[in-house]
Design a protein around this ligand. Structure first.
Ligand code: NDP
Ligand code: 8X3
Length: 252
């Protein structure tokens, strides 16, 4: 029987590349996100790999919606083998004293509460089956804090803590818990962070070779494809030209 992977935030960037990677490796795929049109386009792209694809359009911040969508999966789809908790964002980059509380809410609700809601809906089935793997997308921002990164960094530190906590809670049931923690990856991430300001977003990736979404998808797939007795706890993956959250070697 084909294995099933659920990837949140698959309408763009790392999530989309990860869904493609699992499809290329023969998994049945559940892809989620808020942009339905993009999910439909992605479905056609994934189906070229001769795998079944299910699209679920929901906002991870909406607990009721998350529960509804994930508790009504048919028998064909409910036994999820791999959950990739990828949906997330940064909103704004500014000092705490100038912070926009709407941006804060968005980040906390998406990156922390959203990840928890999805995990709460999917993990009981894994525990019951005594089989499964949850891969959280953390960040270098979950390992370090940097100027003006405050709340985004806090949410990714929370993902780091939750990854460790999940591993402890689910180890008796043979569930694997991994985290992939990237440095700078060129996706829509900076466009979202800077509220659609493309010039500002493009600047983040100037003067060095940033990571691309597929680099991280490769890491997620590496975690997922280890033999049953091997769990990758955490992979911190950076561009060669990035030494820490703030130190880059740029040639401008
Ligand atoms: P993108 O902006 O390209 O993708 C983000 C994805 O998350 C989209 O598919 C978006 O889908 C989804 N998403 C955002 N908010 C919600 C929501 N409320 N409900 C459902 N889905 C949501 O960025 P990345 O691919 O770069 O980001 C993916 C993950 O990687 C994030 O967790 C990010 O924090 C992390 N990361 C990114 C790094 C980078 O440099 N790019 C580095 C380290 C970590 P939609 O809008 O359709 O809902
Ligand atoms: C994204 C990487 O350094 O912009 O998580 O926070 S960073």
């Amino acid at each position: 029987m084909k294995k099933i992977a659920l990837v949140t935030g698959a309408t763009s960037g790392i999530g989309e590349a990860t869904a493609l990677k699992f499809a290329q490796n023969g998994y049945k795929i559940i892809v989620t996100g808020r942009r339905e049109e993009r999910l439909n386009v992605l479905k056609e792209k994934l189906k070229k790999h001769k795998v079944d694809v299910l699209t679920l359009c929901f906002d991870v911040r909406n607990e009721t919606e998350v529960k509804e969508k994930l508790s009504t999966l048919s028998d064909d789809w409910k036994n999820i083998d791999v959950l990739v908790n990828n949906a997330g964002l940064a909103a704004g980059l500014g000092a705490i004293q100038d912070g926009d509380t709407d941006d804060w809410e968005r980040m906390i609700d998406t990156n922390v509460k959203g990840l928890l809601y999805v995990t709460r809906a999917v993990s009981p089935g894994m525990v019951e089956r005594k089989r499964g793997h949850i891969i959280n997308i953390g960040s270098i921002a979950g390992k370090e804090v940097y100027p003006n990164g405050n709340v985004y960094c806090a949410t990714k530190h929370a993902v780091d803590a939750l990854t460790k906590a999940m591993r402890i809670d689910m180890v008796p049931y043979g569930i694997k818990i991994s985290q992939v923690s990237p440095g700078a990856v060129e996706t829509e991430f900076s466009l979202v962070r800077f509220h659609g300001d493309k010039a500002k977003a493009d600047k983040v990736y100037e003067g060095y070779d940033n990571l691309v979404a597929d680099d991280i998808a490769e890491c997620v797939w590496f975690c997922a494809s280890r033999p049953p007795h091997v769990n990758v706890n955490d992979m911190v993956v950076m561009p060669t030209a990035q030494a820490s959250a703030t130190v880059f070697h740029k040639v401008l």
